[in-house]
Design a protein around this ligand. Structure first.
Ligand SMILES: Cc1cc2nc3c(=O)[nH]c(=O)nc-3n(C[C@H](O)[C@H](O)[C@H](O)COP(=O)(O)O)c2cc1C
Length: 192
């Protein structure tokens, strides 16, 4: 099985970095083929400009975007790992979706509306937060993020979401709790 990890965090010493490394290690142990798109490391340019705004409709994407699309086509399973920044994903990842999930690749407009073109693919999302569950849930901020990421992007494009897990209060967790989170994530990978 081919698994593509899309990862967004600028700090190699962050919890997200440790989580990403643990996920790679676990997937390799399970004998999966793993590829990683570390958006900061590859210096992904997230800004959709006027020229590629036109490409969006023409589905005539530039080489670097075609490369990202080929990586997605290769994958059976997509794994997204990122921290919550202003109640959503980091801008570099949002720009990745803006530019890579193009009309004609990720979805297509028909007379009946948009049709997802990534059907058959499955996704797992691991997202950390600074705020606690008690802070976020009553304000519907988790529901908002699930709706926009899961339904607004992946499900819209036909991807089947296996799990979208939030790990809360990350900056306040001690080392043991962080290890438990990493183990919980690893355990979920056994069930892909
Ligand atoms: C620019 C920025 C915006 C943030 N916005 C939020 C937010 O809206 N909600 C939240 O719960 N945490 C927010 N945080 C906290 C991060 O989500 C948290 O520190 C991170 O998930 C911890 O993982 P890390 O140690 O790998 O960075 C923000 C952090 C940054 C740097």
């Amino acid at each position: 099985m081919n698994i593509l990890i899309v990862y967004a965090h600028p700090n190699k010493k962050s919890f997200n970095a440790a989580l990403k490394e643990a996920v790679i290690e676990q997937l390799k142990e399970l004998d999966y083929d793993v590829r990683v798109r570390d958006l900061y490391e590859i210096q992904f340019d997230p800004v959709l400009k006027e020229d590629n705004y036109t490409e969006f409709y023409q589905t005539n994407a530039p080489e670097d975007i075609l490369y990202e699309q080929k990586e997605i086509s290769w994958a059976d399973v997509l794994i997204y790992i990122f921290p919550t920044w202003w109640t959503g994903m980091p801008a570099i990842m949002k720009g990745y979706f803006d530019k890579v999930f193009t009309n004609g690749f990720a979805f297509r407009f028909t007379e009946k509306g948009a049709v997802g073109l990534l059907d058959g693919k499955r996704a797992l999302i691991f997202q950390t937060t600074g705020l606690s569950e008690e802070d976020l849930k009553p304000k519907q901020l988790i529901a908002a993020m699930e709706t926009s990421f899961d339904l607004g992007i992946l499900h819209y494009c036909g991807v089947n979401i296996l799990t979208h897990k939030f790990y809360y209060s990350l900056p306040y967790l001690d080392q043991d709790s962080k290890k438990r989170v990493i183990q919980e994530v690893k355990d979920q990978l056994i069930m892909i």
